[in-house]
Design a protein around this ligand. Structure first.
Ligand SMILES: Cc1cc2nc3c(=O)[nH]c(=O)nc-3n(C[C@H](O)[C@H](O)[C@H](O)COP(=O)(O)OP(=O)(O)OC[C@H]3O[C@@H](n4cnc5c(N)ncnc54)[C@H](O)[C@@H]3O)c2cc1C
Length: 420
């Protein structure tokens, strides 16, 4: 049987996995395909190198049935791919490539070396061993089609590559300096696919006033953040966050950002409420405040607050609650103690905007998954055309879910494109 020819566009997480699986040949009935991997940048995996702040949170240890719940878009579509190439499969695969992984807080999985470059280097060595031809500085500009099927691609330098199958793994449209500039959406549209409008997901938020800038750089580990839309509580999440020069970021904020972006775009009013003492209910917190006051009644309010808050938060708390820093603790009135308690449990910041798409960790929207077979990643409209990774309308929360989705869909697309 003559070998099939597979073209993979984009050497990110999904494209590297797809190309290697396509070339590998995984059983005697389906020999590996002649596979070419075309990458626009001068080296593969540029975005992969900056993931997890350079440490690369490759996946999460969630059991599979729980993992799908971490995909706000594409939950049902992604399920078969996750089951075929799971988080455990990914960890074993990386270990075989010489990149053992370890589990950190929240089930997040990282390479033991905590160096994303090790993941990229191992994948590149692996695809090379499988016989994949990797061409960098080869930006694809057009899909070549004949009625009902794809026959190849053309690169910007005018080269034509012909193949039996094309896998579009061009990523989303955020962090465009990494090469992910949304080209795949245009390719898919030219082949007749619907593109679900793209917008930032997992994106930092901008907040009103000077509170966030005053707190810039302060990270909070155990905070519960609620999203209030037009005065009604919509959702909440617990975890880590950080204040920035323009507002707020960090895992818990990124997770909530999807809801916030949707509300802001619909012209609704969004406020974040921070519970800085989520482990204490109101009566327990009040008792704690009374204990602190009676333990040192002459202590200045400012020093009392240092027992309860990171020091950077103390002056902000004093200003917002309206307490003089040098008053003695025993002079705090019952009303002031109540205001302080309410602030500690429900400190609010209005959201003015979200950061732009280019600063989003992930792009929401993309190729409409109803037009793609979840078992093969093949287009239901054009024979031979496949999609993998973030170009699809699938996005996960923070915690390793997006890379797992890219690897799983890449794995499925590579194998099915090679099998024909
Ligand atoms: C700062 C940051 C940190 C992140 N950290 C994590 C994390 O720790 N864990 C996690 O799960 N997710 C993380 N993500 C998300 C994750 O990186 C992406 O979801 C994932 O990389 C998507 O993989 P992909 O292969 O689909 O796309 P990409 O990795 O974006 O790869 C697409 C590739 O296609 C190439 N390309 C594009 N157009 C063309 C063209 N016309 N011709 C040829 N090549 C082309 C690009 O140059 C690029 O190399 C992070 C994202 C960012 C921005």
């Amino acid at each position: 049987m003559p070998k099939r020819h597979v073209i993979v566009v984009g050497a990110g997480a999904a494209g590297l996995m797809a190309a290697g699986q396509s070339a590998a040949g995984f059983d005697p009935a389906t020999p590996g395909a002649e596979t070419i991997l075309l990458e626009k940048m001068d080296r593969p995996g540029v975005k992969l190198r900056i993931t997890g702040q350079g440490r690369c949170n490759v996946t999460n240890t969630d059991p599979m049935r729980e993992m799908v719940a971490h995909f706000p878009a594409g939950e049902h579509f992604i399920r078969p791919a996750l089951y075929r190439f799971s988080n455990e499969s990914l960890r074993s695969f990386l270990a075989e490539l010489g990149v053992p992984t370890e589990v950190q807080r929240g089930g997040r999985v990282f390479p033991v070396s905590e160096d994303a470059r090790d993941v990229v280097a191992a994948l590149v060595r692996w695809v090379t061993r499988q016989g994949v031809t990797l061409r960098t500085e080869s930006a694809v500009e057009q899909l070549l089609t004949e009625p009902g099927r794809v026959v190849g691609v053309r690169t910007v330098d005018g080269r034509v590559y012909r193949g039996d199958a094309v896998i579009v793994a061009t990523g989303g449209a955020s962090y465009p300096s990494t090469g992910s500039t949304g080209d795949g959406y245009a390719f898919a549209r030219s082949a007749g696919h619907t593109i679900v409008p793209i917008q930032p997901a997992l994106v930092p938020l901008e907040t009103a006033g000077q509170t966030a800038p005053r707190l810039e750089g302060l990270s909070l580990r155990n905070v519960n953040v609620s999203v209030w839309i037009d005065g009604r509580k919509e959702t909440d999440a617990f975890g880590e966050m950080v204040f920035t020069a323009f507002g707020v970021s960090g895992p818990v904020i990124l997770t909530l950002s999807r809801v916030v972006v949707g509300a802001l775009r619909a012209g609704r009013r969004v406020t974040l409420a921070f519970d800085l003492k989520p482990a204490l209910d109101h009566p327990t917190l009040d008792a704690r405040l009374l204990d602190e006051i009676s333990a040192s009644p002459q202590r200045h309010v400012r020093n009392l607050l240092k027992e309860l808050l990171p020091s950077k938060l103390v002056p902000v708390c004093l200003d917002l609650v309206g307490l003089a820093p040098h008053r003695a603790a025993h002079q705090i009135t019952a009303g002031e103690r109540k205001r302080l308690r309410v602030w500690l449990k429900d400190f609010r910041l209005p959201v003015t905007d979200h950061r732009p798409l280019r600063e989003a960790i992930v792009t929401a929207g993309g190729v409409d998954t109803s037009e793609v077979d979840p078992h093969t990643m093949a287009s239901r409209l054009v024979a031979g055309l496949h999609f993998a990774g973030e170009v699809l309308d699938v996005d996960g929360e923070t915690g390793g879910y997006n890379l797992q989705a890219a690897f799983s869909t890449g794995w499925v697309a590579g194998r099915s494109a090679a099998a024909g």
